[in-house]
Ligand binder design. Sequence first.
Ligand code: NAP
Length: 141
Amino acid sequence: MDLIVHNKVAPAVNQVETHPFCQQIESQKFLVENKIQIESWGPFAEGRNNIFSNELLLSIAARHHKSVAQVILRWLIQREVVAIPKSVRSERIAENFDVFDFELDTEDMNAIATLDTKTSSFFDHRDPAMVKLLGQAKRNT
Ligand SMILES: NC(=O)c1ccc[n+]([C@@H]2O[C@H](COP(=O)([O-])OP(=O)(O)OC[C@H]3O[C@@H](n4cnc5c(N)ncnc54)[C@H](OP(=O)(O)O)[C@@H]3O)[C@@H](O)[C@H]2O)c1
């Protein structure tokens, strides 16, 4: 809102940490209300919390004959969250594109909703040490 109020041009896209463990449900509502597209930062949480071997995600993936990565991407797409996954491996890049021939049902979507911790898997924005570190990094760029 600070950016919208103090600038002539409102942001079109906001890339925020969004993955099954940090789902950004409230933030997405705010962004939609303000006509800003949400984009996932770290759609796979950079592999944290053993995301690729999560039991729930594995069971959904098995039912659809897909991988956990594909389930996550499909879940983001169905939530209208833009996702641009990164991989250095060509087979994974192909796998990450191959998400348009299946659909997660309401039961799948509701199950994934239970994984939300509503907190970042990377930064604690209320931790003074972390805030100092981020400030330092910004000054150095
Ligand atoms: N705004 C900016 O200037 C800027 C700049 C850079 C990055 N970013 C953002 O930073 C975020 C973080 O990117 P990230 O790459 O660190 O996190 P990420 O997208 O959460 O995770 C990528 C990791 O998952 C692995 N992976 C990709 N596809 C996979 C698959 N199908 N199966 C298993 N593993 C798979 C990749 O490993 P491999 O590569 O080994 O496959 C990589 O280590 C991204 O959303 C990116 O858009 C933003």
